[in-house]
Design a protein around this ligand. Structure first.
Ligand SMILES: Nc1nc2c(c(=O)[nH]1)N[C@H]1C(S)=C(S)[C@@H](COP(=O)(O)O)O[C@H]1N2
Ligand SMILES: [Mo]
Length: 242
């Protein structure tokens, strides 16, 4: 994927147009990023950002990623303190520890990471457990239609339909770029939904709940589109096409 979504069809998040205008008006790339983030928040009316002083926005962003959090501080979790709870419309609600997740079949996906703010990191490898495997372990009930994700930052949430959640390119990620996921990138465990904008990939994942309908996530309550598909993805494929 190297095309850039132009926002004409399917409806990317509302701030997209403003971002493009800002990009077009100013210098390109990293230098404008701090201002982009501020503009983005002004548009969405978001109350909080990880760093209200803007200092992190002025730091270099190694590897092209930018740090995002909707809260100021997030507790750190490790192999001893981390737990992933799966519940809702399942027959066997259960909790997975980090060692348990590591012991399960690991899958690898290499895809471009794309944020609606305009940055992209090409060919990024992620590894972890297919969400489908976790859902199967818990036993999704017939009323289940969607999956809701919650985070131990205490604020962020996201969702996928059950069909999306079962794709082979959607995972509970334990590693990124062949290294354990750092705290900054949402470690020890985050969601990675490869065919979608990166906002769908909830960091600091702590809860997976099967629901009977899609529950709008944090940004979706604030104007983002529930539909997070990147251009050119096979929306009804099983994720293996690539
Ligand atoms: N818990 C949580 N997950 C989140 C976010 C967030 O603010 N909090 N931001 C989303 C957005 S908009 C992006 S682009 C990516 C950023 O991931 P990174 O900080 O690893 O670059 O995380 C997504 N998942
Ligand atoms: Mo994003």
């Amino acid at each position: 994927m190297s095309d850039q979504r132009d926002g004409t069809e399917g409806g990317p998040p509302v701030a997209r147009r403003a971002m493009l205008a800002t990009l077009a008006a100013g210098a390109a790339g990293i230098a404008t990023a701090p201002y982009l983030q501020r503009g983005w928040e002004a548009v969405l009316g978001a109350a909080s950002q990880a760093d209200p002083t803007g200092v992190t926005g002025l730091l270099p962003n190694p590897g092209g990623f930018r740090y995002y959090s909707v809260v100021g501080s997030v507790p750190r979790k490790d192999a001893h303190t981390y737990a992933l709870r799966i519940g809702g419309l399942v027959d066997r609600p259960r909790t997975f520890t980090l060692p348990e997740l590591r012991a399960m079949r690991q899958t690898r996906v290499v895809h471009d990471v794309v944020c609606t703010d305009g940055w992209r990191v090409a060919n990024t490898p992620f590894e972890g457990v297919r969400l489908a495997d976790l859902l199967d372990a818990a036993g999704v009930r017939s009323e289940g239609r969607a999956v809701r994700f919650t985070c131990f930052d205490g604020a962020y949430s996201e969702n996928l339909t059950l069909e999306q959640a079962r794709r082979s390119d959607v995972m509970v990620a334990l590693s990124m770029q062949d290294k354990p996921l750092t705290h900054e990138h949402g470690g020890p465990v985050r969601l990675y939904a490869a065919p979608m904008y990166f906002y769908k990939s909830a960091k600091w994942l702590s809860g997976i709940s099967v629901t009977d309908e899609v529950v709008p996530g944090y940004w979706e309550e604030r104007g983002y589109d529930i539909d997070g598909w990147l251009d050119g993805e096979d929306r009804h494929g099983d994720g293996t096409a690539a």
